[in-house]
Write a protein that binds this ligand. Sequence first.
Ligand code: SPV
Ligand code: MN
Length: 624
Amino acid sequence: MEDIVKKLLENKLDEDNLRKLLSLGNPKMHAFVAEAIELTRPESVFVCDDSDTDLAYIRNRAIESNEERSLAIEGHTCHFDGPYDQARDKANTKYLLAAGTDLGASLNSTDKEAGTKEVLSFLKDSMVGREMLVCFFCLGPANSDFSIACVQITDSPYVAHSECLLYRAGYEQFKSISDSPDFFRFLHSEGELENYVSKNIDKRRVYIDLGENIVYSVNTQYGGNTIGLKKLALRLAINKASREGWLAEHMFVMGVHGPGGRVTYFTGAFPSACGKTSTSMLPGQTIVGDDIAYLRKMGGEIRCVNVESGIFGIIRDVNSTDDPVIYEALTNPGEIIFGNVLVTDDGKPHWLGMGAELPTEGTNYSGQWHKGKTDDKGKEISPSHKNARYTVRISELSNCDEHLNTPEGVPVGAMIYGGRDSDTLVPVEQAFDWTEGIIAKGAMLESETTAATLGKEGVRTFNIMSNMDFVSLPLGRYIQNNLDFAEGIAKPPFIFSVNYFLRGKDGKYLNGMMDKKVWILWAELRVHGDVEAIETPTGLIPKYEDLAGLFKRELDEDFTKENYIEQFTIRVPNLLAKIDRVEQIYKTKVPDTPQIVFDVFNTQRKRLNTAKDKLGDYISPFDL
Ligand code: SPV
Ligand code: MN
């Protein structure tokens, strides 16, 4: 170890913490910690070795520091982020671009030298008077081809505590990588606090250095901006995966339970707040993960793991009818962190859509709250934020899949792409093949914006593979990587689109919350060739009889022919307009778009026009 590193560590760490840090023989990690100490100048440094004592220390620190408060039910706590720090800050999340590199105009980036200087200036002295926490985690199951070791430095016990619930312990993984330089590094400081929340929101930054595998995050607490292993690591992983020939995706992983005890694993990519978690939690199915998956080719098949081991889920509309498993976990003892809900004096959390009337006063992200309270712009403050969250370990859920921690992951039988779309796509459609699936389902994905990111809601936005916010390489190359991924795979996963957000002429949603169960189970039957399908210009859709049978058996509902026609009508003008819109983006903003993307657009356009000439603008599935 370099003398200067050693000296810095010895000066700041007490004997016990120094021993824990030096037991990991990784010079690059030691240097990272030493440099962070020099930069942020903490009062003390705590190193977590994943022992029960150390995990309890972090939990207690979160409460002692007032970043979390204890709630009435054992193990439950609540954290508040500041009123302007309630979602991912896309505008201030940037890639640090070294001279001579280019990620394309669609990705938010800044000059590496200037950006690094800026973010380091905000981090400078940020931990004076505070304790630095150094934690180790592992992305993916430990000791597997998927594993990526990570070190997180933060001055927020809430961030560290969240990561202890969301990720696999990594101290031992770090031992096993020995002196390897191949790991991810995260440096976070919440910056100056006021009432325990980050004060200098105008200086909030999340800067990503792909060359160094480092992410800096400062002046923010919201999980999506601070929890290194979540979206910060996803951005690093997508770039690493591209270099190494695998995929890192914004996808759930679930076991879909078909006839005769058969389990088929599905991945599903949906933009934030579009039903990803609730799909992976569907009754009767098992969950591997709800947010991020790594996919690799192994032994002639595509296999995947959940990168995480917990859920940082949206709590809005979680109730005993629509999300019974989560609701059960949220209302019983266990380690859970609620974020930005409403808390009443009796220590109970309340949230929008929980299935009960909300109280008229309590404490929320705005401080003391009462019904009718307005913000500084005169807008009424919601009791619980729309993007309020809960954090829970998947192993604590009754529907946890047996392969959550299997080192070789699970085989992928199908991949689903879904978005918020009120008027174009049918509820479920299978792509003709892998290439058309990746392009027409994944690379053409659009979705209406939600409260999960700052900015206006409900704006139809291009969102390639639901991964637009996290892609860290030129988009054309990202598509090509996806297309190439099935090479050498005898039976590539089937690809489907789903749309849970279709609206009727009166503006009302055409589907109930549980209808998605029918779409997913139908897709599972297709993977095994158990049902036939109807060919449309853009793919394959269910036959009425098959859906009616599933609705009856699974939901005890009568699915009428009228419903079927309204939902599965092929809306030719809308589909053509969608192709035009997305094509325009690729033509103007993505110079490295592979030619095959335009070919698929043209093929689909031609098929749609042929069908239109024969059958008109709006085609009933019964006419196909
Ligand atoms: C999402 O917004 O996609 C999330 C939550 O999963 S976070 O990215 O952490 O904000
Ligand atoms: Mn997500």
